[in-house]
Design a protein around this ligand. Structure first.
Ligand code: ADP
Ligand code: MG
Length: 235
């Protein structure tokens, strides 16, 4: 069964008299443990689509299922709960909390979701610090580490609750090319280790060679779905 299925998704933004058709008739299915990217120029609808998958917004019409749940019918409170339990987020500008250490930033989502015994929490945070290679930096504050290290912390934070799905909107946009590859390959390795599905967006054509499935968006339409090693098919 697909982890995510989207059918005939449309998203319009109404600004005064103007209707922006941000997504037009989008259809796709994403399997568990995939490593998927949506690529397309600025304004093509990537963020809009990730926001829908992340239950941060709702489509104007269409069907959307995430991890077996029809997310369109969830109310605000149900959406927030579903997000907290099912989805991890990684952002372009890292969004670490400046007054918390690396360790505390990674621990933070565990304090939000449900009551977890302190020893289990500690074990989980240490496991993630290890997984992203940040054990030695655990007591530093975000302004004491590099951009690449910040994004590794953000990756650990997104995974600490063991979500089935991690969404990353242009996670490499503020990184140089070499660091971007390191972060992408780290996410790929963690996909294998934790069996988490990673979906990210990018406008960087050079990074997309690293993914399993590549969806190309153009002006709100899904132009193609390319399966690595499986050739190109029309979406
Ligand atoms: P991308 O992430 O690929 O750059 P977006 O999803 O941000 O694209 O935007 C897709 C289209 O929707 C663009 O035309 C953008 O201007 C418009 N758009 C995005 N968010 C809003 C919003 N909150 N209100 C109105 N228009 C929006
Ligand atoms: Mg965007």
């Amino acid at each position: 069964m697909s982890l995510i299925s989207a059918e005939n998704i449309h998203k319009d933004y109404q600004i005064g008299d103007i209707c922006v058709k941000a997504l037009k008739n989008i259809n796709f299915g994403i399997e568990p443990s995939s490593f998927v990217s949506f690529v397309g120029p600025s304004g093509s609808g990537k963020t809009t689509l990730l926001n829908l998958i992340g239950c941060l917004d709702k489509p104007t019409s269409g069907k959307l299922k995430v991890a077996g749940t029809d997310v369109i019918n969830l109310n605000r409170k149900q959406s927030a709960l579903f997000r907290g339990k099912t989805i991890g987020f990684i952002f372009q500008d890292f969004n670490l909390i400046p007054v918390l250490t690396v360790y505390e930033n990674i621990e933070y989502p565990l304090l939000m979701v449900e009551v977890i015994p302190p020893n289990d929490r500690k074990k989980r945070v240490n496991e993630l610090l290890e997984a992203v290679g940040m054990v030695d930096q655990k007591d530093k504050y975000p302004d004491q580490i590099s951009g690449g290290q910040k994004q590794r912390v953000a990756v650990a934070r997104a995974l600490v609750t063991n979500p089935r799905l991690v969404l990353a909107d242009e996670p490499t946009a503020n990184l140089d090319r070499k660091t971007a590859y390191i972060v992408i390959n780290l996410m790929k390795r963690l996909r294998d280790e934790f069996k988490t599905t990673f979906i990210f967006s990018t406008h960087d054509q050079k990074i997309v060679g690293e993914v399993d499935v590549l969806y190309t968006l153009e002006d709100g339409e899904l132009k193609s779905a390319e399966v690595k090693g499986g050739g190109k098919k029309n979406a």
